[in-house]
Design a binder for this molecule. Structure first.
Ligand code: PLP
Length: 398
């Protein structure tokens, strides 16, 4: 049936997003272009996704090649690219086993299921509660909003799923107090992303590991945002020499092609016997081909070291801005190219003002601005970003 429309149609999209009118038609490296040809400096990378920037020639080629051969066969069959990608992930991390998903939330869901199933397989099905942290973000499924426990995420979507104990303070004593004989795991982001780029000290992560050993719990890191090179380490926790049991990945893994992964050790993953979990699209040839090429680029010699250097360079620029505008910037946060500014003025207004200067940033929790540029950003592009930010801050006044 065709509806005859003689007046401007209201959007057919659900209004769950606070969208800008900006619409991009093309991207190249760290630049995005709208249809009038106006060029933007993208320091958000689609929320920490386009790690190798827009239209990376190698990724464009890999996707086109795979697209002309085979898109999808399902997990009824062996998917060679999936095996290859899983090998690269296990060769370069703590993990021995991988399950592929299509998003971050699904990767965290898988982590939750693996943790519970692990104790079930040991005959301890009562051990199913997971400790998580206030201010975290793990995705938007019922399981992941229940895990994060924030009122804002849960409002109107109750009942909240049981089985999560949320710790209010990032303190080891508070965590230990929450542990019971029913606890199976601790779930945490090594660097809180949506929560406003809060870097957990290595001593805290090590303390969590100690508690896990003491009470026989599994340690789950949600590295959906911090993983795949973002902090200058392949996975952010590697900087702290703490070994988790399970890690959730997505965002940077596919550079914009939807793919996620749940990594685990052999000991833990052994509980995932045939029939326990699945995904129609998870690990399809297109996603795996793109992710494989993305990781190969990120693991090239010196690439990660360069991210750390660029991160230090960017942080120095941001520290300078804080010195210049102490009434506007309260704190510079983050590691590598996962950076944040705790602001005084409303962060959403700041993002809007930056857009007017053709600079794209991402707002974060606790009134922060998140700076998550493509990892291929050049030093002079970092300078350019800092200059534009300076211009916006100077308009706000000291
Ligand atoms: C973005 C994010 C998620 C959710 O990823 P989706 O792909 O949107 O489901 C989960 N955890 C963290 C830490 C994230 O940053």
């Amino acid at each position: 049936m065709t509806k005859i429309l003689n007046r401007p149609k209201e959007t057919s999209l659900m209004s769950n997003y606070n969208r800008s009118n900006l619409a991009f038609v093309r991207g190249k490296g760290v630049r995005l272009f709208d249809k009038t040809g106006k060029m933007f400096l993208d320091l958000g990378a689609g929320i920490a996704v386009n790690s190798l920037g827009h239209s990376h020639p190698k990724l464009v080629k890999v996707l086109a090649d795979q697209g002309s051969k085979l898109w999808h066969t399902s997990n009824l069959y062996t998917v060679p690219k999936q095996e290859e990608l899983a090998n690269v992930l296990t060769d370069n991390t703590f993990a021995d086993k991988v399950f592929f998903t299509n998003s971050g939330a699904e990767s965290v869901e898988c982590a939750i299921k693996v943790a519970r199933r692990f104790y079930f397989s040991k005959g301890q099905s009562n051990r199913n509660r997971i400790i998580s942290f206030e201010g975290s973000f793990h995705g938007r499924t019922m399981g992941t909003i229940s895990a994060a426990g924030s009122r804002k995420l849960l409002e109107g979507f109750g009942p909240k799923l049981p089985g999560f104990d949320t710790v209010r303070k990032l303190s080891l004593e508070s965590v230990e107090k929450k542990i019971s004989e029913r606890t199976c795991a601790i779930l945490v982001e090594p660097i809180l992303g949506e929560g406003g780029i809060v870097t957990l000290p290595c001593s805290f992560l090590k303390g969590l590991k100690k508690l896990c050993k003491k009470y026989n719990l599994l340690l789950i890191f949600d590295e959906v945002q911090s993983g795949i090179g973002r902090t200058g380490y392949f996975l952010a926790h590697e900087n702290c020499e703490v070994t988790p049991d399970i890690v959730a990945l997505a965002k940077g893994l596919g550079n914009g092609f939807p793919i996620g992964a749940c990594l685990a050790t052999k000991r833990v993953a052994a509980c995932m016997v045939p029939g326990t979990h699945g995904s129609t699209y998870g690990g399809n040839p297109l996603g795996c081909a793109v992710a494989l090429e993305t990781i190969k680029c990120i693991l090239k010699p010196n690439f990660l070291t360069t991210i750390r250097r660029k991160g230090d360079f960017f942080k120095e620029k941001l520290n300078n801005l804080q010195t210049m505008f102490p009434q506007q910037i309260l704190e510079v946060r983050g590691k590598g190219l996962m950076l944040g500014l705790k602001c005084v003025s409303n962060n959403i207004d700041l993002v809007e003002k930056c857009r007017k200067e053709n600079l794209l940033l991402v707002p974060g929790g606790s009134n922060t601005l998140r700076i998550l540029p493509p990892l291929i950003i050049k030093y002079k592009e970092i300078e350019e970003g800092a200059e534009r930010l300076q211009k916006v801050l100077s308009q706000m006044g000291k």
